[in-house]
Design a protein around this ligand. Structure first.
Ligand code: FE2
Ligand code: FE2
Length: 181
């Protein structure tokens, strides 16, 4: 049985919401600790935090499912995320250039790897869309709105979304979206 939306609109919704955020934040913190531990030569500590972080990430997704934080029919979301991932390659590369110019060459070097990974995420998602939902890639004649912050693409009538609609990736409000020409 699907857990999708089981706490949405119930008195348990705030609990799932709080837990989703706490677990996502824990994921970030544990990966940062893993990184620091590795820099300090403690491989075992690093591995432990990576293991914990991966589990926290699973937990975050669990609560997000309970609260229906992504659509159950998710392929149009994946198509929009694919666009953001492709754009992410360019934007992260541009950020890396800024970091390098500011003297942070080592950080910039890693960010350049991340940039390529973003592009690869886009390719992976495109591959899955072609395999399972090719019609979601056919946006010919449809209206597309692009999130000015992260590049997520919304296909369809954005005006029909509630006023409190936010970008599913970066959380920015409707007003940052621009119609794609
Ligand atoms: Fe990515
Ligand atoms: Fe966004």
């Amino acid at each position: 049985m699907s857990l999708y939306g089981q706490t949405k609109g119930t008195p348990l919704e705030p609990i799932s919401e709080m837990m989703a955020k706490a677990e996502a934040n824990g994921t970030m913190m544990y990966y940062a600790l893993a990184r620091l531990a590795k820099e300090q030569g403690m491989e075992d500590v690093s591995k432990t935090f990576i293991e914990a972080a991966n589990q926290e990430a699973v937990h975050a997704g669990f609560y997000a499912t309970l609260n229906a934080m992504v659509p159950q029919d998710f392929w149009m979301l994946v198509r929009g995320v694919m666009a953001a991932e492709y754009r992410g390659e360019t934007t992260v590369k541009a950020m890396a250039d800024k970091f390098r110019a500011a003297g942070l060459a080592e950080a910039a070097g890693e960010m350049e790897i991340f940039a390529k990974q973003e592009g690869h995420h886009g390719e992976m998602m495109e591959g899955l869309l072609k395999k399972y939902k090719p019609e979601a890639l056919d946006v010919e004649g449809k209206t597309i709105y692009v999130c000015g912050c992260c590049g997520f693409e919304y296909v369809g009538d954005l005006d029909a979304e509630p006023e409190d609609y936010v970008c599913p990736i970066c959380g920015q409000p409707k007003k940052v979206f621009r119609r794609k020409e």
